[in-house]
Design a binder for this molecule. Structure first.
Ligand SMILES: Nc1ncnc2c1ncn2[C@@H]1O[C@H](COP(=O)(O)OP(=O)(O)OP(=O)(O)O)[C@@H](O)[C@H]1O
Ligand code: SF4
Ligand SMILES: [Mg+2]
Length: 405
């Protein structure tokens, strides 16, 4: 019987479908070893939605490629990835291909990565079904293909089976990819930026399709995104990554309303909050993440952190249970599940997101922003608000089906 990571103390073993423990991925590069993922642990519980968020390059995709066994040869992977009780790391390609696509479904950012332009949609869906069940009759395959397109909201599914990918709009193509990912009733769907390449008005439709697919199959969802609006809408739990590590993990409510790691506070502060009804200036996190070839010895966020003190640069903080009252304790001693990697997280206790954000804002961005940058930020708030409030009329390309069709 395998142990659950500490962040799931109190959760029943049978409720956990995916367990990633101390995962590390290092790429051999001409400049030296690049440590893309460093000691990452998380679990995915049956039927839940776990969002993985973080800036570009933080290791979100590499993590999911490691889970799927799809990393290139220059990657060295250590740790453990267990699907149920089955260890996936080190499994042969043949054994892994039985799990991939059947028990673990994957959706990538660009639907054309998954779809072959020269085959009809029905043929590609049928192939996904047959790959894992050679005995299916033609009628059964056709009926299931129609059912799958229905689930993801493609109208006139029976007629659309004979269309080619280029005859569909981007949003419809991504819905076909979702249909392929759930074709064999997977236990886990991993979606890596599934809406990033799509027009903002189409994103909502694709997210609805993803939710419908998850409900239909009862699968757990690992949703990788840098869009916190998507996280707010879809996630039960959130894992924030920075420089290849988890720096905050908790329920979506805890992470959104009671963030305990300055980086998370910064991420949330760069998102307009329409629900307040007030105009608030966004405060960007200045600077960029450290090079994964030469990581600093202490907290990797220190060079950008408005709360950084000398102590932060001495050693990298561990991911510990956040303080509510009294002393900060290592997560091993506690059964609750809000963790942060910050030696000053206790100072954010008692502050909601807005109050935490003011600490960040006062110390960092705005005071040294030139006037033109402040005005550019104000404009960006207005743009996002109007895109969300009114929607933008994305027109389908000639020859494509409209997503709202
Ligand atoms: N095959 C590879 N060889 C060398 N380095 C790689 C390789 N694949 C990824 N990396 C590096 O690993 C780090 C993590 O990359 P990853 O793609 O996981 O980031 P990400 O969080 O998904 O970013 P994004 O939001 O831009 O998709 C990056 O520094 C990236 O350059
Ligand atoms: S450990 Fe220090 S530098 Fe790192 S996030 Fe916390 S306060 Fe900032
Ligand atoms: Mg990525």
């Amino acid at each position: 019987m395998t142990m659950l990571p500490v962040l799931d103390a109190g959760v029943e073993r049978s409720q956990v479908i995916l367990t990633v423990s101390d995962l590390a991925v290092t790429f051999g590069t001409p400049e030296g070893p690049l440590r893309a993922v460093r000691g990452l642990s998380y679990t995915v519980r049956r039927r839940e939605s776990l969002a993985i968020v973080g800036e570009s390059g933080s290791g979100k995709s590499v993590t999911s490629m490691a889970v799927m066994g799809l990393l290139p040869r220059n990657a060295t992977v250590t740790g453990s990835v267990r699907f149920g009780e089955t260890e996936l790391l080190g499994m042969s390609d043949k054994a892994m291909s039985h799990i991939r696509g059947r028990r673990l479904g994957m959706i990538f950012q660009d639907p054309m990565t998954s779809l072959d332009p020269v085959y009809k949609i029905g043929a590609q869906l049928g192939e996904a079904l047959q790959a894992h069940d050679k005995n299916l009759s033609r009628q059964a395959i056709r009926a299931r293909c129609v059912e799958l397109l229905d689930i993801v909201g493609i109208p006139n599914a029976a007629q659309r089976l004979v269309a080619y990918p280029h005859e569909f709009s981007g949003g419809m193509r991504q819905r076909v990819v979702i249909a392929i990912a759930i074709a064999n009733n997977p236990d886990v769907i991993i979606a890596d930026e599934p809406t990033t390449a799509l027009d903002v008005t189409v994103q909502a439709v694709v997210l609805e399709a993803l939710q419908a697919a998850q409900e239909e199959t009862g699968a757990a969802l690992v949703l990788i995104t840098h869009d916190l609006g998507v996280v707010a809408r879809m996630a039960d739990r959130v894992l924030v990554m920075y420089a290849g590590r988890a720096v905050e993990v908790g329920s979506a409510e805890d992470v959104f309303y009671r963030p305990r790691m300055p980086y998370t506070v910064g991420l949330l502060n760069s998102l307009p909050r329409i629900e307040t009804g007030r105009r608030e200036r966004l405060t960007p996190i200045h600077g960029s993440p450290p090079s994964l070839l030469r990581l600093p010895s202490g907290c990797p966020f220190a060079p950008r952190c408005p709360m950084a003190i000398t102590e932060c640069t001495l050693s990298e903080p561990s991911l510990d249970q956040v303080q509510t009252h009294g002393a900060r304790l290592p997560a091993t001693y506690l059964s609750t599940t809000h963790l942060a990697a910050c030696i000053r997280s206790g100072e954010l206790v008692g502050r909601d997101r807005a109050a935490a954000g003011r600490v960040f804002a006062a110390d960092s961005a705005d005071k040294d922003l030139p006037a033109e940058s402040v005005s550019a930020l104000d404009d960006s708030v207005k743009n996002v608000e109007s895109a969300r409030g009114e929607g933008r009329g994305g027109q389908p390309q000639p020859g494509q089906q409209n997503d709202s069709a």
